[in-house]
Design a protein around this ligand. Sequence first.
Ligand code: GLU
Length: 454
Amino acid sequence: MTATRAPDVLRFAPSPTGRLHLGNARTLLLNALTARKRGGRFVLRLDDTDRARVREEYAEAIREDLAWLGLAPDVEVRQSDRDALYQAAFARLQAAGRVYPAYETEEELDRARRLARASGRPPVYDRAALRLTDAKRAAYLAEGRAPHWRFRLSDGRIGWDDGVRGRQEIDLGSLSDPVVRRDDGSFLYVFTSVVDDVDLQVTEVVRGEDHVANTAVQIDMFTALGAAPPAFAHHNLLTAADGAGLSKREGSLSLGALRERGVEALAVAAYVALIGSAEAVRPIADLDALAALVDLKRLSRAPARIDEDDLQALSARTLHGLDHAAVSSRLLALGVGGGAAFWEAVRGNLARLDEALDWWRIATAPLPATAERPSGDDASFLAEALRALPPEPWDETTWKSWTAALGAATGRKGRALFAPLRLALTGWPHGPELAKLLPFIGRKRAAERLTPRG
Ligand code: GLU
C-alpha cells in the first residue's frame, strides 16, 4: 500500500482595502507558484473583516489582477462568510481560559504605551485586565463599556524553521497579548487567519517578513486550538526606488496601473518572483518556467528595490520572446492581422504589445499625409527603386533581391541604399526588419509610397 500524503495547500490572503501593488504581487506569486511546483492547491482568501475599510470594488479588482497574471485560485473564500467558524473557535479558546475580556479604551492603551516607552520599557500590554476585581468589571459594564478580548499568550519562547529565514525564535514575553475580538463582537485578522488556516488545511504560509512577530503569536494560537501549525516562510519586502514601503505608492505601482501602462503580466510575474533572490531577473516564456525558478530558500534577506525602468525593459524583452500562440487572441482583439509571420516581423521592435497595431497600420493602411518622407535629393533613387520593384508574389526574400539589384544599378550601398527606402515605405527611420515587413506592405502600396507626391 502506498501512503498518500495530503496535498500542499498555500494561500494568498489580501485585504480588499486597496489595489494590489507589486509587493502584494510578490506574496501572491511566491504562494501560487510554490503550490504549482508542488502540485498543490492554491486558495484565495479575502481578509475582509475590517468593515470600515473594505470595498467590494477592491475585491473585484483583486480577482481581475489574479486573472490577468494567469493565477486562477483553486478556491476563493471570504472571511466575512465565515463568522460561525470564528465564533466556534473563539468559544473553544474561551472554554480553555485562553481569552480574557479587557475594557481599556484606545486612548488609555495609547497612554500606557507612551508611558512605557518614556520609562524605557517595551510597550507591551501589562495584562491589567486579568487583575480586574469583579466590582471594577461591573462598574465598567454599568458605564456602558463593552469588552474587547485578548488572547493570553503562553510563557516562553516559540520557534520555527522558516522556509526563507531558517531557525527563528521569539520570546512571547516580548509581545502583547493580541486583541482577537473587538468590542463590537467582530474578530481580528491575527485570530481569523489561524482559524482559516486550520479549516482550509493550509500546509505552508508564505508572507512578508513584516509578519514574523505575528507568526509567533499565531503558532501559539494553533496550539491552543489543538491544531498543528503549518510551515511558515517570510519573504523579504520590496520597496520603491527611494526605499519607501510600497503601500505608500499604491497608485503608481498598483498592478492595475502597470497593466494600463502596457506592462506585460509575465514580466510583472517574473520581476516580483525573481528580484531579491539568487536567480537573475529574466524574461520567462510562461508561469511553469517561472515556477521552476522559484525557490524560497534562495530569497535574499535584504529588502529589494523596485526600478520601474527595469520592469519596463523586462516587459519589452518578454514580448520579444513570446510565441504568436501566446499573444494571438490579444492581437486579434487589437485588430492586428498577419498571423505568426506578422508577429515575428514586429515583436522585436515593441515596447508594449499595442504598438503592434501601429506597425499593422503602417504596413496595411495608407500612410498619414504627415508621415516623414525621404528628402528631395533621393528622388531619382526612389524613381529607380519604383522601376525595379519585382512582380508579386512577394515573400521574405523579395527585399533582398530587390535591394541587391537596386544597389548594383545605382552604386548605392548600406545606409544610403536602405534608409531612403525604409523612410519612403514606412514613414519611420527605424522599425522592424523590412524583409519581413515588406510582404505585408505589398507591391501596390510599396509602389504608391515610392511615387513622388503631387
Ligand atoms: N491579510 C493579511 C495581509 O494582507 C494576510 C497575512 C497572511 O498572509 O497571513 O497582511
